[in-house]
Write a protein that binds this ligand. Structure first.
Ligand code: FAD
Length: 209
């Protein structure tokens, strides 16, 4: 059987995913092996990241799983990070895959290509601003942005309910003091209890590491 033409696309973002989908839909699997190499298992449309960050969008509901998408659209998904290109042998090098504890679960890998498209996106420029690289959460990937991001809709609703409960307790349960200081404390209760819950959520999610 004739060897299939192998098209490797590294990076399944706006460009890579679109390309893999179109090539798969156009050529199918008969003569071509279209392989999408991506370091995440799911894709989320980047312009939506600020909505994820503010909790108005649950990333888990909106993201596209590459494996099932590839199955439907005629390309193959390979989970892993492009680590280098061996142009002499026309192969891409895929970094070892590690589990959450840093143990290697799949060794370094090579994938042959006839055609290679590198679509790994860009890195945000912090213009060398001192401290920016260490302390900024740059909204350019699916990585953790803030404690709220990773808790999902149910978690967000739970936290807002808890904050409102604290506020209601201060407003209606604290009748021993005059109205105007109680009103000020009631207003302060919202941001303060929110900040405290964010600290605890962050700690529980190992966000502050
Ligand atoms: C918050 C935000 C809002 C935006 N809003 C808009 C907007 O409103 N309108 C607009 O036109 N544009 C917007 N953009 C810009 C737009 O999202 C980008 O221009 C576009 O995503 C670039 O596409 P890309 O395929 O080049 O890279 P990306 O979409 O970044 O895709 C790169 C992919 O490569 C993967 N990858 C990276 N390194 C490796 C590796 N070593 N191995 C394997 N995979 C790898 C990444 O995980 C990612 O999936 C926005 C961007 C951001 C961050």
């Amino acid at each position: 059987m004739a060897r299939k033409i192998q098209i490797v696309i590294a990076g399944g973002g706006a460009a890579g995913l679109e390309l893999a989908t179109r090539l798969g839909a156009h050529f199918g699997r008969r003569h071509f092996d279209i392989i999408l190499v991506e370091k995440n298992r799911t894709h989320i449309w980047k312009p939506l990241l600020h909505e994820v960050a503010t909790g108005s969008l649950d990333a888990n509901l909106d993201e596209v799983g590459y494996r099932s998408h590839g199955f439907a659209w005629g390309y193959r998904f390979f989970y892993g990070a492009l680590d280098g290109i061996d142009r002499d042998n026309r192969e891409v090098l895929i970094a070892p895959i590690l589990d959450e504890d840093g143990r290697e679960i799949m060794g370094r890998h090579r994938i042959r290509y006839d055609y290679l498209v590198v679509a790994v996106g860009s890195v945000t420029n912090d213009f060398g601003t001192p401290g920016a690289a260490e302390h900024c959460n740059i909204h350019n990937s699916q990585s953790r942005h803030c404690p709220w991001c990773s808790i999902g809709t149910a978690g967000s609703v739970g936290i807002y309910a808890a904050i409102l409960a604290v506020q209601a307790l201060v407003a209606f349960g604290w009748r021993g003091i005059a109205l105007w200081p109680r009103a000020i404390f009631t207003l302060l209760a919202f941001p303060l209890s929110g900040a405290i819950l964010a600290l605890f959520t962050g700690a529980a999610k190992d966000y502050w590491r």
